[in-house]
Design a protein around this ligand. Sequence first.
Ligand code: SF4
Ligand code: SF4
Length: 70
Amino acid sequence: MMYITEECINCSACNDECDNNAIYNAGDNYVLNDETLAALSNDFSYIVPELCDNCKSCVEVCAVDAIVEK
Ligand code: SF4
Ligand code: SF4
C-alpha cells in the first residue's frame, strides 16, 4: 500500500499523475462509491487506499520522496 509521509510539501504534482484519482489535497474530502468522505489528512496530500492500485507512477514525480510503500 502506498502512502504519503509528513515530508510532503503539498505541491500537488502527484495528483495529475494518478490515473485512478486516488490522491487528494490536504483537507479535501474524497469520493468513494459515490459517497463523499472526510479527508484522511488535513496536513499533507493523501492517498485513498481503496482507490490505489500500487502502480507507483506518483512516486517518480515527488521531488521530496514523500510517497512510500508500507
Ligand atoms: S501508486 Fe498509482 S494508483 Fe496509487 S496513488 Fe500512486 S499513481 Fe495513484
Ligand atoms: S506527495 Fe510529493 S508530489 Fe505529492 S503533493 Fe506531496 S510533495 Fe508533492
